[in-house]
Design a binder for this molecule. Sequence first.
Ligand code: NAP
Ligand code: MG
Length: 493
Amino acid sequence: MSEPFLNYISGRWLSARSGRTFANHNPANGDHLGDYPASGPEDVNDAVAAATHAFKSWRLTPAPKRAEIVFRAGEIIRERKEDLARAMTREMGKILVETRGDVQEGIDMAYLAAGEGRRMYGVTTPSEMPNKWAMSVRAPIGVAGIITPWNFPFAIPSWKLMPALVAGNTAVFKPAGDTPEMAWHFSKIFEEAGLPPGVLNLVFGSGSQVGSPMVEHPGIHVISFTGSTDVGLQIAGRGGALGKRISLEMGGKNAIIVMEDADLALATDAIVWSAFGTTGQRCTACSRVLVHEQVHDRLAEKVAARAKQLKLGDGLDAATEVGPLVNAKQVETVEAYVAIGKGEGSLVAGGARASGGALAKGHFHQPTVFAAVKHDARIAVEEIFGPVLAMVKVRSLEEAVQVNNASRYGLSSSIFTADVNRAFAAMRDLETGIVYVNHGTTGAETHLPFGGTRGTGNGHREAGHTMLDPFTEWKSIYVDFSGRLQRAQIDNA
Ligand code: NAP
Ligand code: MG
């Protein structure tokens, strides 16, 4: 490793003030990939001070100029796509096709967010008084605290940081402890693209030592968080009490509904990809199938057959279809749920760790399918975040919708049917932030809003035409050019 991995504060690459570090490992084989600053509240203070200072000039930099830097970052990401994808596979395990997709989302988001720099539309509207002008414009909020998970370690920081910076905010960025390297590349690229010092500040370290102090810090005005529902709600509580804006993207328990008239071969492809892609560790992963009782057994057989054939291994190997889980703790969680599942449904595929041969040093678990699971069984209700699928029988579309909507979470849902009437009823009635028809639960595109209902979110949406909403305040401006006192509702009555 030629260059050390350091925090990026005020345009300088720095160790943690304490000098402490933590190690990053490859989950496929345990290789040591590097050491990173184990920062603390004092480093957060430095980063907030830098971001506060930089905000003074960044907010006055014309938005199209801010956006050009984001665009240039997009160009650099595109040039380095393959290297970044390989580094990501080494760091968190998902297979190369998927890490390429993750980086591509960063490129797409850069171009999309850069375009916003020349739009960022406000509203002008007639005043109710003569000789008076009225308009609303977007204003940046100030310093944004960005806290991200490890499962989309390039895409998620892109969704947050690119719009935040285009809008004129400065940022303090704390990436997940399992994927520091991708955050380091992200920040290096923005430095290279010409971002002024202090606009983006990167602080490595744990949730308790860096994340929590960011939530508490009075100099941070908005927190954008993606991660588990438990941590997100804690942040909402603390940050909310301090009067901060808190934008949350949290857990999921996404369902694919399969009706008796569906194309079962297509549904099988979609289920296998949605349930076992990224080893089940996507926020939009399908972890329950709500299938019409007439086709339950046939579909379970098809899905199980495919799950058993999936090739586990190092994601850098082109033959691998399912990589490792991100760390040992995730494997333990999956094992615990599989043990619970054995009492809740019929195990039709997988059901154990995978540790033979080349897998010995990695965190692997077999793709696992339970059939005939009750809709309220723990494995059909709780987020597992691993390669475990529960198939639940339903008797009608109405029942499927009701079971879907009873979940604590509401990120994405999907329906397979050949009946256009049922498809439209489902589009209307499924209460999730994203609904797919004849498509799995994953595959969001950056130019549509992304986010979920209930325990998945708190009303914000990332990306799409909503991308600036979490990071801007609306400012309404009235200009009176009548030259006399006009008293709106009073003179207007
Ligand atoms: P997590 O444990 O909640 O961690 C997310 C981030 O928060 C990490 O950077 C973590 O730091 C930090 N953190 C932990 N405790 C904190 C605290 N008390 N205060 C402030 N920050 C804290 O989630 P994860 O296990 O990394 O990610 C998996 C979860 O993310 C799943 O529930 C998944 O559904 C969800 N997710 C949701 C979406 C979505 O868009 N809805 C997308 C992807 C993932 P450390 O890494 O240092 O602990
Ligand atoms: Mg790692």
